[in-house]
Design a protein around this ligand. Structure first.
Ligand SMILES: C[S@@+](CC[C@H](N)C(=O)[O-])C[C@H]1O[C@@H](n2cnc3c(N)ncnc32)[C@H](O)[C@@H]1O
Length: 348
């Protein structure tokens, strides 16, 4: 078990302890007295005995369930994480949050001519992921006069880039983190046709400006692994898209999770393209590791640096290792709506 895992497990236990102490203020002193040796005991047991291996397995199983498999806890955890990150960090020189896409060439670059803002150049691999899932698509070449929506728009860099390149009449970024939405409203206010609204991927057709059969293109980049219920999300996509609309979708999953996701995608949509891009994402992370480490060091609270490194996918992180060993797969799809949902197929 590496030190980062001990550190995170340690933080989790301390957090739980403080929560308990808060809820039970009248008895917090005895809790403190009895729990401190317990916490120190567990820590020493994990670090210096062979129980460490067993504890690591449990820890990773609980961690994966909480972060990637559960329904309500997963949603709440990710929501808290992104709210905190954007509340803490309002710097305008950080606008994307995905693992990126690189061509398998020396420098991995593919769209240098489209990176018109200074910040685009720093975050080029993350923007390349956006371009990879949209740029070869006929619908995007003719987006002028149409509506583009991104669900899970994060710090807004992706939809800002797509709006500048493809010039839709209207573009809407939706994210459930209110802090991120507020950040985007300020950071991307230079683009007139772009707006941001708070909303949940599982109910986003209630968001202002998005209704039934109202959207020409929807983009979703590395966000759906946070959602509690993917069926709700796909149902919403089918509801919001016009009949000839497109859904450009990309995300990662473990091997089994990806099989399940593929089956769901085929159930809900007409699949125009389905491409495994794990190698390209992994290569982007490799090329981008030094920059990412520097950004994390500069912008994240010191105490969270080990945790953030874990998610950031830098070389040596669990995310990077699992992508390079293909225990985690990254996939991209170009999809068309099945307007009546999966049940219609069964009826036919
Ligand atoms: C890894 S970030 C990716 C952000 C952006 N797509 C990008 O590539 O820069 C995932 C984003 O999904 C958002 N998100 C997670 N769950 C969501 C939900 N249920 N509804 C809307 N947004 C959600 C998070 O707030 C976060 O901004």
């Amino acid at each position: 078990m590496d030190n980062r895992h001990y550190f995170v497990a340690f933080l989790a236990v301390i957090g739980l302890f403080f929560l308990l102490a808060l809820i039970t203020i009248p008895i917090w002193i005895p809790i403190l007295i009895f729990n401190t040796p317990l916490i120190i005991g567990i820590y020493l047991l994990a670090k210096y005995t062979r129980f460490g291996g067993v504890l690591e397995k449990w820890y990773l199983a609980v961690y994966d369930w909480l972060v990637y498999q559960s329904e309500t806890p997963r949603r709440l955890l990710w929501q808290g994480f992104y709210e905190f990150m954007s509340w803490y960090n309002q710097d305008t020189d950080w606008v994307t949050m995905n693992y990126g896409y690189a061509l398998l060439t020396d420098d991995g670059h593919m769209i240098d001519n489209l990176l018109t803002e200074e910040q685009d150049k720093h975050e080029c691999f993350s923007l390349q992921l956006y371009y990879f899932i949209t740029g070869t698509n006929k619908a995007f070449k003719s987006l002028e006069g149409k509506t583009l929506v991104e669900i899970g728009s994060g710090r807004g860099g992706g939809i800002s880039f797509l709006t500048r390149v493809f010039k839709p009449e209207k573009a809407i970024g939706v994210d459930f983190s209110m802090n991120q939405v507020e950040f985007c409203k300020g950071r991307h206010s230079n683009i007139n046709q772009l707006e941001f609204h708070q909303g949940d991927a599982e109910t986003f057709t209630t968001v202002e400006g998005i209704g039934e059969d109202s959207v020409d293109a929807i983009v979703n980049v590395e966000s759906s692994h946070c959602y509690g219920n993917i069926d709700n999300f796909f149902t919403q996509i089918n509801r919001a898209l016009k009949k000839d609309g497109v859904f450009c979708y990309t995300d990662f999953r473990g091997v089994e999770g990806m099989e399940e996701l593929q089956a769901k995608v085929e159930e809900y949509f007409v699949v125009e393209k389905s491409i495994d891009i794990t190698r390209n994402v992994c290569y982007a992370l490799k090329l981008d590791t030094q920059r990412r480490l520097a950004v994390i060091e500069e912008k994240c609270p010191k105490i969270f640096v080990p945790l953030i490194n874990k998610f950031s996918g830098v070389t040596g992180s669990r995310v990077y290792d699992e992508l390079s060993e293909r225990k985690t797969l990254y996939h991209a799809w170009l999809l068309k709506p099945k307007k009546a949902g999966p049940s219609e197929e069964i009826m036919e």
